[in-house]
Design a binder for this molecule. Structure first.
Ligand code: ZN
Ligand code: ZN
Ligand code: ZN
Length: 257
């Protein structure tokens, strides 16, 4: 199994190109492909290796994980796969962002630190654009086609000889998933488990309780499982068990019960 890692988009989302070297069949996880340059980087790698892209898998519905869906589906006829609970949001991501903006304080600008980001909504185009009045930060919805296949806990995504088990890991979003290769001891953890951290749960449909339960589930995987998260550096389950402050906190709570 080949794992090629890219970092795309304004908030540095990890995109993984995962290929079965024997059959040259492949899938793409979380493409935040927005610029021509990013598109070229990914497409060149695919054509250089002569890969057949079967699936685009989004670990959840957030716009920093789905912006390349439309382009990749068009280029390869690949199917879009997402958990049922998050797939509902997919055709209406702009609305979700609008609702978030109403319900929560607009977040600070990740580029310049300005106190508040701005939001423009173009209803007809199904677009929402998060921006900043003080710098160049721009983060817009690239509308995605609907999911072609709805995923559930326990499903297996097969690509050539690769088998990825779908683990439902809600918390960051209701339909967040992680993908686990038992054979390769590899986990793609989306925005659930990060290197010594975890995904945020203060967004519109997040749940801290679900997140902690999901992290607990992931800690049952073998310690030598290599973890490829949605943002930041890879890690190992064993290291997270011993050093991740949120997981250590879970253990302390369990001892106190
Ligand atoms: Zn996210
Ligand atoms: Zn993300
Ligand atoms: Zn700014």
């Amino acid at each position: 199994m080949l794992v090629k890692h890219f970092v795309f988009g304004p908030i540095e989302t990890n995109c993984y190109l995962v290929a079965c070297e024997k059959t040259i069949k492949a899938l793409i996880i979380d493409p935040d492909v927005r610029t021509k340059k990013e598109e070229e980087l990914l497409l060149n790698e695919i054509s250089r290796r002569n890969l057949q892209i079967k699936y685009i898998v989004n670990t959840h519905h957030h716009i920093d994980h789905t912006s390349g869906n439309a382009m990749l589906k068009k280029a390869f006829g690949a199917e879009i796969l997402m958990h049922e609970l998050d797939a509902k949001v997919l055709p209406e991501q702009w609305k979700w962002i609008l609702e978030s903006n109403k319900a929560l304080e607009p977040p600070p600008c990740p580029f310049c630190g300005a106190e508040k980001t701005t939001l423009d909504v173009l209803k007809e185009q199904k677009k929402a654009i998060i921006g900043c009045n003080h710098c160049d930060f721009k983060f817009e919805v690239f509308p995605s086609p609907p999911a072609d296949r709805l995923l559930h806990h326990g499903d297996v995504i097969k690509v050539g000889e690769i088998e990825l088990n779908v683990i439902h890991t809600p918390g960051h979003s209701p339909g967040g998933i992680s993908l686990y290769s038992e054979k390769e001891h590899v986990l793609f953890s989306g925005d659930t488990l990060f290197n010594l951290s975890k995904g945020r749960t203060d967004l519109l449909d997040g749940s801290e309780e679900d997140m902690m339960q999901s992290l607990k589930e992931l800690m049952k995987l073998p310690e030598d499982t290599r973890v490829y998260p949605g943002h930041g550096e890879p890690t190992l389950i064993g290291r997270e068990k011993r050093e991740n402050p949120y997981i250590l906190d879970l253990k302390i709570k369990r001892l106190a019960d």
